[in-house]
Design a protein around this ligand. Structure first.
Ligand code: PLP
Length: 470
């Protein structure tokens, strides 16, 4: 007799296309010897992006402090071919970090993350948003929670906001499936809104009001709106007007804003405006997320991230500050991982300009970002040679999300992506995996593979496409 066990239905029904059937098929093909190009996920180092030297030197020394003592005990720092392995400023950076990280790298920390790191996150946010003694409200380190990647912050906040099966969260369609999956897991209602693709995925009041009215008419109790900027999967950078529309909409309808801003450094076609800046002067509760997985850092596996809370609301029915409830939630996990914490510290506290390590740091950063931009343009250019392919949005993040206007009526974008994989090895994600306006077809491609790989596969894709649509 085999055991049967009842499990959480919501988890069984959750979907996560980014690691769904197409990447799984790619794995099988790879095992059979086919060369595949994994463009299905924003995982830069899996596609050969080199880690920033400074980050790895610091992480290595923080984890093995004896190496710092060893370097210090030598009369001169270790060299290879006359070049210092570790520069003086890196040693100082580590010593400074460790002097504040009182219990070292192997101990649990404060559940929110060490205070000195949160203070530096607050300074970073203020600098980014141009906060000074006259403009803006400084970020409060007490309202910052360090997390294992941005995913944990998103999950925690959704778990807290969804109290019953009527509670709804507005999410953009297409969306990054962390949101649909987590809303499902928490048993809430996913309320879709549809950015205007033909206008570079912009937003206006009508779009937001339509979605709101629909939800209210169906008896949904709306709690918050999620905005992903720059977006995944579209890669589009939201323009200022769209951001203002979201703010006034949230204000008028008493909705909190969850701003997923993990791609804030990946900007190729426009400027980034943070929601912390955009809500200035309002009391809209804002939960913003950032991560060390994206940008030029690309340290996805090290799981660094933070959640910043602004204008924390009152807790209905309880005399307890909102941030204390979040703290309780964080405490159950004890703390986020310390390597991720160190990564966040380095993200917000880069090497000082003028130091030896800053020279290499700045050039590596620039190369990574320039190359990403170049690769995005190479792919976008290939679309012009594909019959009926259009791609909108001011380029940001790590993705392009072309619309496939001429897919034969009897097939879907899933079929297209599966056939593209089998024919060329190119692993993408079908648009339906992220949600899309009915009747449209898309795919998402991460512009991460090395240029030579792209240059080899793009002509094959163009040929495949034009034959497929014919
Ligand atoms: C929009 C968005 N938010 C959050 C995440 C998760 O990031 P992290 O690795 O920090 O958990 C991703 C990952 O791809 C993402 O695209």
């Amino acid at each position: 007799m085999s055991w049967k066990i009842k499990v959480n239905q919501n988890i069984v029904e959750m979907e996560y296309a980014v690691r769904g059937p197409i990447p799984q098929r790619a794995m099988v093909l790879r095992k059979q010897g086919m060369k595949t190009i994994p463009c299905n996920i924003g995982n830069p180092q899996a596609l050969g992006q080199k880690p920033i030297t400074f980050y790895r030197q610091v992480l290595g020394l923080l984890e093995n402090t004896e190496l710092i003592s060893r370097e210090r005990n030598l009369n001169n720092l270790s060299t290879i071919d006359g070049i210092e392995l570790i520069s003086e400023d890196v040693l100082e950076y580590c010593e400074n970090f460790l002097s504040k990280m009182e219990t070292g790298m192997g101990a649990y920390t404060d559940s929110k993350g060490p205070l000195f790191i949160r203070e530096n996150i607050a300074k970073y946010i203020d600098k980014r948003d141009g906060v000074n003694s006259e403009i803006g409200v400084p970020a409060n380190p007490d309202n910052i929670f360090m997390t294992d990647g941005a995913s944990e912050g998103a999950k925690n906040i959704l778990e807290l906001l969804i109290t019953n099966e009527n509670d709804g969260i507005m999410i953009p369609i297409p969306q990054y499936p962390l949101y649909s999956a987590t809303i499902k897991r928490c048993g809430g209602v996913q309320v879709n809104y549809y950015p205007n693709e033909d206008d570079d995925w912009s937003l206006n009041r009508e779009i937001l009001d339509d979605s709101y009215k629909n939800a209210i008419n169906n008896g949904v109790d709306l709690k918050a709106i999620v905005v992903i900027n720059p977006a995944n999967p579209t890669g589009a950078i939201l323009d200022e007007q769209s951001i203002r529309e979201v703010v006034s909409f949230a204000n008028d309808n008493n909705l909190a804003i969850i701003a997923d801003e993990v791609y804030q450094e990946n900007l190729y076609g426009g400027e980034f405006i943070s929601f912390a800046e955009a809500i200035r002067g309002t009391d809209i509760p804002l939960f913003s997320l950032h991560s060390t997985s994206k940008g030029f850092y690309g340290e996805c596996g090290h799981r660094g991230g933070y959640l910043e809370v602004r204008n924390p609301p009152k807790v209905y029915g309880f005399d307890i500050p909102f941030v204390d409830v979040l703290f309780k939630q964080a405490s159950v996990n004890l703390c986020s991982n310390t390597v991720g914490q160190a990564m966040v510290y380095m993200m917000v506290t880069p090497p000082l300009n003028g130091t030896t390590s800053s020279l290499l740091f700045n050039s590596e950063k620039e190369n990574i970002l320039n190359e990403l931009h170049e690769k995005a343009l190479i792919i976008k250019d290939a679309f012009t040679q594909m019959d009926g392919v259009e791609c909108f949005g001011r380029i940001g993040a790590m993705y392009l999300f072309p619309r496939l206007n001429k897919i034969p009526a009897e097939t879907t974008d899933f079929d297209y992506c599966m056939n593209l994989l089998k024919t060329t090895g190119l692993t993408t994600v079908n648009g339906s995996g992220f949600g899309q306006k009915s009747g449209t077809h898309h795919l998402r491609i991460a512009f991460l593979p090395p240029k030579d790989m792209l240059q080899e596969v793009l002509p094959q894709w163009i040929k495949f496409h034009n034959e497929y649509v014919r």
